[in-house]
Design a protein around this ligand. Structure first.
Ligand code: DX5
Ligand code: ZN
Length: 210
């Protein structure tokens, strides 16, 4: 299982937190971008995020919690991320947005909130590289893992197997050394608070990777 670390909630500045993550064996840097519409808080401007991440070393796993995700893609492509993930609830133009990300040869991720029916994803699953199941309501770090995420993962895995699909499955929210044991089949686990509010990032990552 790969570990993607979110710098959203940390004891340090964004710059310092990213530096500390870059020094670990984490697989990806998870970039949470919130527009103050799809979720209550706004935490970025494009200029700021391009500046913040211009010298990144870890592959970027960008998680857009925004309405109209398509309008950000050309700018974010300058960072050459591994994945750009947007929410199925955030736009009527899911296919157009998928195509826009693919134009840049970036992996396409589609995310889903905890209370949205998984069937909403079905029309798009053959088109995407990644599905991000939210295991908390999007919008803030430090929330408790929702247990129903375990059966949602199982359902999505079964669908993937039955239909011979190849997308990866990622989960985001409330992942720590205990909750990660409930979802051992994940391809990618996102973790924020458990790592970035600790005294030693590498020790926490080692615990997740056990
Ligand atoms: C929540 C974000 C998450 C969050 C994860 O809206 O998408 O990536 O930062 O943080 P923890 O691990 O604290 O739930
Ligand atoms: Zn996230």
């Amino acid at each position: 299982m790969k570990i993607s670390v979110s710098y959203l909630s940390s004891k340090y500045s964004k710059e310092q937190t990213i530096k500390l993550i870059e020094a670990t064996t984490a697989d990806y840097l998870h970039v949470d971008l919130m527009d103050g519409g799809f979720v209550p808080e706004k935490n970025f401007t494009i200029t700021e995020v391009l500046e913040l991440l211009k010298n990144h070393k870890k592959p970027l796993d960008i998680h857009l919690m925004v309405f109209d995700p398509i309008i950000y893609i050309d700018d974010l492509a300058k960072l050459e991320p591994k994945y750009i993930t947007f929410h199925v609830e955030a736009t009527k133009d899911v296919v157009k947005t998928i195509e826009k990300i693919k134009e840049h040869n970036i992996g396409v991720g589609l995310s889903i909130k905890p209370h949205t029916d998984l069937y909403e994803l079905m029309p798009y699953l053959a088109l995407v590289d990644l599905v991000l199941i939210m295991s908390v309501a999007p919008g803030a770090g430090g929330q408790a893992f929702l247990l129903e995420s375990v059966s949602r993962l199982k359902e999505l895995e079964d669908f993937r197997n039955t239909n011979h699909l190849t997308f990866e499955i990622e989960m985001d929210g409330g992942i720590n050394a205990d909750t990660i044991k409930l979802v051992p089949n994940l391809d990618i686990a996102v973790s924020g608070t458990f790592i970035c509010k600790s005294a030693d990032y590498q020790t926490q990552i080692n615990e997740l990777k056990q």
